[in-house]
Design a protein around this ligand. Structure first.
Ligand code: SIN
Length: 311
């Protein structure tokens, strides 16, 4: 029997495929579609303390090879997602969901995490250190000193399972430096990668999204090699008890297979989910199972992290 079950920290999931934050996760209606699909779980849209409208539209565009977005963290506010997650927790005591959040300042991030700490929420929290689209707010995870300071402060009061959503890194020294910081803290997972920040797509001599004069995060097929490299670079560098969620460039079961081969325990789908809808989870799960069958693997642990190198 072939299974695509997986684990993140102490939590088990029936499938290793789910949505990426930002897609099908803005409100209960969208989240319910992922909940009732073949996805192993869902992650919410990154919540800030207060409701945010986000950047002016058009702010998302599908392209032939992926997508560009500059959403600017539109979301229904921390309480909306927490209330819904608590409701689901009662309804589905055996399922675990991921709550994505970040403050617009360090203080706001602490406010949010303290609220989670003091709540009955029992799932996973993903701290988004990698949003490239809020004008005037640089990506936190590109500033290693700030990242370390935030984590040091957070773990003084936070003792629920926490993971980090990371931007792509492009230099081996940066993988070393980032991993050294993450290894100091009781993090349960890292999620590699958020979109490649501040790309530009042009059609008919014009940008295709309005915010930031067209600059936006790039996702989809364009980003798979960068995503795989980040998953594998961290897999080789972080403590073995930190799981990796692989995100970026997943169009098929083969892409999921490659993320797992690089070390991912869970794989998220963003742009392709946006293009195809939640039926994508059963298509891609079936494709992954077919590859596992051909190769003689019955569980993802049999090939996770086992990328082969040349002699
Ligand atoms: C956005 O809302 O701008 C995208 C979120 C992210 O990239 O973290």
């Amino acid at each position: 029997m072939i299974t695509t079950k997986t684990r993140i920290g102490n939590f088990e999931f029936n499938n290793c495929i789910m949505n990426a934050a930002g897609v099908y996760c803005y409100d209960k209606e969208e989240l319910e579609k992922v909940l009732n699909s073949e996805a192993g779980t869902f992650v919410t849209k990154t919540a800030t303390l207060n409701v945010r409208e986000g950047n002016p539209t058009p702010r998302y565009k599908d392209t032939e090879l992926g997508s560009i977005n500059s959403m600017g963290l539109p979301n229904l506010g921390f309480d909306y997602y927490l209330d819904y997650l608590l409701e689901l927790q009662d309804k589905y005591p055996n399922r675990t969901f991921i709550f994505s959040l970040v403050g617009l300042s360090k203080e706001e991030t602490h406010t949010l995490l303290k609220k989670v700490q003091n709540s009955d929420f029992k799932g996973l929290v993903e701290l988004n250190l990698s949003c490239p689209n809020v004008p005037g707010k640089p990506q936190i995870a590109y500033d290693f000193d700030t990242t370390e300071t935030i984590l040091k402060e957070v773990f003084e009061y936070f003792n629920k399972p926490l993971g980090l959503k990371l931007p792509p890194y492009f230099d081996l020294v940066h993988f070393d430096q980032a991993a050294e910081i993450f290894n100091k803290f009781p993090i349960v997972f890292i999620n590699c990668i958020n979109s490649i920040g501040n790309g530009l797509v042009i059609e008919d001599e014009k940008v295709v999204i309005k915010p930031k004069n067209g600059f936006g995060g790039i996702g989809g097929e364009y980003v798979k090699p960068t995503a795989l490299a980040n998953v594998h670079a961290f897999y080789k560098r972080i403590r073995k008890d930190i799981n990796i969620i692989g995100t970026g460039g997943v169009l098929t079961g083969r892409d999921v297979f490659e993320h797992i081969l690089c070390g991912a325990s869970m794989v998220q789908i963003g742009t392709t989910l946006h293009k195809e809808g939640p039926e994508v989870f059963s298509r891609i799960t079936n494709e992954l199972k077919e590859i596992m069958k051909e190769k003689g693997y019955s569980s993802i642990e049999e090939f996770r992290g086992k990328l082969k190198y040349m002699d």
